[in-house]
Design a protein. Sequence first.
Length: 451
Amino acid sequence: MSSNPVAETVASLMPTARRELTELVAFQSVADFDQFPKSESEGAANWVADALRAEGFQDVALLDTPDGTQSVYGFLPGPEGAKTVLLYAHYDVQPPLDVAGWTSPPFELTERDGRWYGRGAADCKGGVIMHLLALRALKANGGIPVHVKVIAEGSEEQGTGGLERYAEDHPELLKADTIVIGDAGNFRVGLPTVTSTLRGMTMLRVQVDTLEGNLHSGQFGGAAPDALAALIRVLDSLRAEDGSTTVEGLAAESSWDGLTYAEEQFRKDAKVLDGVELIGSGAVADRIWARPAVTVLGIDCPPVVGATPSVQAGARALVSLRVPPGTDAAEATKLLQAHLESHIPWGARVRTEQIGQGQPFSADTTSPAYTAMADAMSVAYPGEEMQYAGQGGSIPLCNTLAALYPQAEILLIGLSEPEAQIHALNESVSPEELERLSVAEALFLQNYAAN
């Protein structure tokens, strides 16, 4: 990185950043309190609140949101008449999945091969640290030139909408001229990227019932309707032969106009096994950024170990549908429900229950904030030009904020580049990306204030 006072300050703060990220990662802050103690999330929330107070933030508060979790808010006043910037991250994380599959313990930040491993290191506890580094660097180099609001969400990964509903009930709280969402990522390590679109999502729980109770497969199998087989049939109807998503009535042919994603690079990033084909049709970017994608997240049925020779009376699944920009998530939910109900075989009884929903998002990339960020990233990443990419994931809060504050500019940056393996085993963050993006965010705030 070229010599720059802000960059030099951030570099000097990296040992502190590692210590703080170690502390934050240690909290098992999964916002599913049936699996993890609520006290772990409360501990992480208090850590963030204490960090904001230490930086001079005012009005620091733990906001009790309607889904039973807490979001952390703070306000740091800038010069009189300055613009206001909202910095977002979330401290909740995905479950670690198979703990035995981790090379190092998921809630112990561990350095290996130049990366820091731990659940939430990139998604999105690292985003909290990124915001802190940027603000500290500005304080050490002339001060923070804007009013800053910080909001750290406590249930983003669960999709339960607590912060969205809280913001709707308190519309002045998060009002800002520009919003920086620190929950996205560069297209690859070293390539500065702003995410300009997000797919929305909907989740449905599907219950299939055929019998009053399980039956002996030898005595009744062959005529008794198997609920698990019926569930498999209806789930299979959601995909075409090539794996494309096929929900009746849902448009699935849109194209991505922007940064290209080479198929071989995608295979490497996704760690696709040799000889296994990718699913869908069209360019990779079309498939993951511009088109709907259905995923079966889980199935409740007997495990192989301990299974008995029985015809299953009931089975259920959790189904996720990613919804591209230009499609209303509520309408997509109705189409998915109708598809499942109309494709159930043998007259089996089927019930669907919506678990979560978020609208897709598209940003205005021609705004002054994007110009300020492009200039900042060119300094933080010498020789590289800022790129625009889509993201297949969902951040429902984006649409809530866009609706509440239609004049606000929204930018998405972050640490979740492909090598980070967010939501998977052995999640990690690149400390170099953390350093460069912290520099970029600090310089962005300077540039934006000067516009």
